[in-house]
Ligand binder design. Structure first.
Ligand code: ADP
Length: 609
């Protein structure tokens, strides 16, 4: 497996290419070189033997020519034999001189003297004796030795006196060629070996940076960004390494940015006031935030992996209908264990389409609108109350005016009475509007609390004085009890006066003649002053106590109206006390009396003093 992988590597390919190139080059050069050399050697061999034969023909002519032949033939031949023997003793070739009939006269081969006088019947000899000049033939003898035969006619002109016969072994030539071949093969082998070695080294310079980059790429894929590719040069691979390092940095930055974004998103999700549930393409929940879990009162495990309709407790059809509609919003109510009131939740579905995948996931936003709904309800109630409160006096005024128009004007006594009623009603309306304005100012925090140093005892005395006439008329006694520890306090005198006026006027209104009212002030602790208005009046039934500070809330509407009350006195008192940073409370025993108590904080310096 490892071997197989090596052959697939660039390194192996480079080495193989090098080796093949060298092999082909050497082969081409070798073939061309060997062929050229071989033909050169052969030509040289043939030529030199031809020259030898040519020279010999000229030299032996005088021995073979009948006319020029001198003396005894035998002696002449012996001499010729002797010369040829001596001349070619060291030659590897055998040279024969043949007479015109084809009989061997001389041979240069000492061991071959026996053939003298025998007929040489070789074709080439016959051809030469026939006067043909160029006769040569290559052949391989029985021993496998390659030989060449060259014959030349001896004689001038048409007359042929004999022939020269040369038979030469070509073995030396071929062995030389073999040696050269051997040399070439060895050279090729060495060149190939060197090339392979060089190939390994050279290809390593290419492949090792590539391997390093591959290693680095693997590291990046596994999320390790801290290593870098070493760049050694400015060549293409160096540039690749540089680009890779750059790309890695960019990738790291992009990933860390992504990570940051994710963390941001996670923190936004967990700190969101609204609940959020997101599903995947199959409609299964994959993300749910803290608020959503609180609203649904479920754990993450209960929600993740389930479908939205399951989690929200609605049917699939409802959800589909909503999602396909223009306003994918619905109201749901959740009842939590141990809590009296239900939670009103507005659920908005958003479908997120993925163009690439061609699928859609859903995001459900859960908004807790319980407080908003309560507020809305309170506002509706308030508007209804205001309208009602205004309509009653207006209707009364209208009916009295009509009565006056219809003739009551003629009767001065009745007319005076009617005008009186309309004035009373108008005053009540003015009071109501003034109270409403004041409440609205306190609500919108426009009312500035301008504190001034105030003597509490003096302030309470003044309240009692203001109501002295009314109290006397109703025969109600008033008592002011101020603890000696109560020091001066910083407060908005006008506003606190209004609180006290509201409370005392209530006490008077709801206390029968001959009753008793007590105004008390004491220091609750170092930091707070407590003021209370107590009466011995009709009291308030228990069931109404919790709502008594609500706007327009009255125990007995008719009575309150008759008394000229607007139903806003206690709520104004509460707003003013709250604006001072204090609290207000009411205790009452039905038929026994009522005690309204409020506290006001001392400022830091006063508390210290
Ligand atoms: P109103 O103008 O009707 O007095 P308030 O807000 O001052 O409006 O008081 C609200 C209601 O609380 C009154 O209608 C009355 O029923 C009850 N109430 C207030 N003070 C007293 C009290 N001292 N004794 C008995 N009932 C009281």
């Amino acid at each position: 497996m490892k071997g197989l992988r090596f052959f697939q590597s660039i390194q192996a390919k480079v080495i193989i290419i090098y080796v093949l190139l060298i092999l082909i080059a050497m082969q081409l050069i070798g073939v061309y070189f060997v062929r050229t050399l071989e033909s050169y050697f052969k030509n040289d061999f043939i030529e030199s033997h031809n020259i030898q034969a040519e020279l010999l023909t000229q030299w032996v002519e005088k021995y073979l020519n009948e006319e020029t032949k001198l003396g005894d033939t035998k002696k002449t031949y012996a001499e010729m034999n002797d010369v040829v023997n001596k001349l070619f003793a060291n030659s590897s070739a055998e040279i024969q001189v043949i007479d015109a009939n084809g009989f061997v006269l001389t041979t240069s081969m000492a061991s071959h003297q026996a053939i003298i006088g025998q007929k040489n019947t070789q074709t080439e000899v016959n051809r030469a004796l026939q006067g043909i000049k160029d006769n040569q033939r290559m052949f391989t003898d029985f021993d496998g030795v390659r030989k060449m035969i060259i014959t030349k006619p001896v004689g001038s002109g048409v007359k042929v006196n004999g022939a020269i016969y040369i038979i030469a072994s070509m073995e030396e030539l071929y062995s030389t060629m073999n040696r050269i071949n051997q040399f070439l093969i060895t050279g090729t082998m060495i060149a190939l070996g060197l090339t392979a070695g060089l190939g390994v080294v050279l290809s390593a310079t290419i492949t090792s940076p590539i391997k390093a980059i591959t290693r680095q790429a693997t590291a990046v894929a596994e999320g390790r960004f801290n290593e870098k590719v070493a760049v050694f040069g400015k060549d293409e691979i160096g540039q690749l390494g540089q680009t890779f390092n750059f790309m890695m940095e960019r990738l790291r930055d992009a990933l860390s940015l992504n990570e940051e974004e994710k963390e941001k998103l996670a923190s936004i999700l967990s700190n969101m006031n609204d609940g959020l549930i997101a599903t995947d393409d199959d409609g299964r929940v994959i993300v749910v935030n803290r608020r959503a879990k609180q609203i649904l009162e479920l754990t993450e495990d209960d929600i993740v992996g389930r479908t939205l309709p399951e989690v929200l407790g609605i049917t699939r059809e409802t959800m589909k209908e909503l999602q396909s509609g223009d306003d994918p919003m619905m109201m749901l109510q959740f009842y939590h264990e141990g809590e009296e009131e239900h939670l009103s939740v507005r659920v908005t579905f958003t479908t997120v389409y993925s163009k690439e995948k061609g699928s859609a996931s859903t995001i459900a936003m859960l908004q807790d609108v319980t407080d908003q709904e309560k507020l809305e309800e309170a506002r509706r109630e308030f508007v209804a109350n205001v309208s009602h409160e205004l309509r009653t006096p207006l209707t009364t005024i209208k009916s009295y005016l009509e009565a006056l128009e219809d003739g009551a004007l003629e009767e001065p006594q009745l007319a005076g009475k009617f005008v009186n009623v309309t004035r009373n009603e108008t005053e009540r309306m003015i009071r109501l509007v003034t109270d409403l304005l004041q409440l609205s100012r306190l609500d919108s925090k426009q009312a500035i609390i301008g504190r001034e140093i105030t003597d509490v005892a003096e302030m309470l005395e003044e309240v009692a004085d203001r109501f002295a006439f009314q109290l006397e008329q109703r025969d109600i006694a008033i008592e002011v009890k101020v603890d000696p520890e109560v020091a001066e306090i910083m407060l908005d005198r006008d506003r606190i006066d209004q609180v006290l006026d509201n409370l005392v006027s209530n006490a008077i209104k709801y206390t029968p003649d001959g009753g008793h009212i007590t105004l008390m002030a004491r220091r609750l602790d170092m930091k707070q002053l407590e003021v209370s208005v107590q009466d011995t009046g009709i009291g308030i039934p228990k069931k109404d106590l919790s709502r008594i500070f609500e706007r327009f809330y009255r125990v007995d509407k008719a009575r309150s109206r008759n008394m000229g009350g607007t139903g806003l006195g206690l709520s104004i008192a509460r707003e003013i006390v709250r604006a001072h940073g204090g609290t207000i409370g009411l205790e009452s025993e039905f038929g026994q009396g009522t005690k309204v108590t409020f506290t006001l904080p001392y400022t830091m310096e006063e508390a210290a003093g």
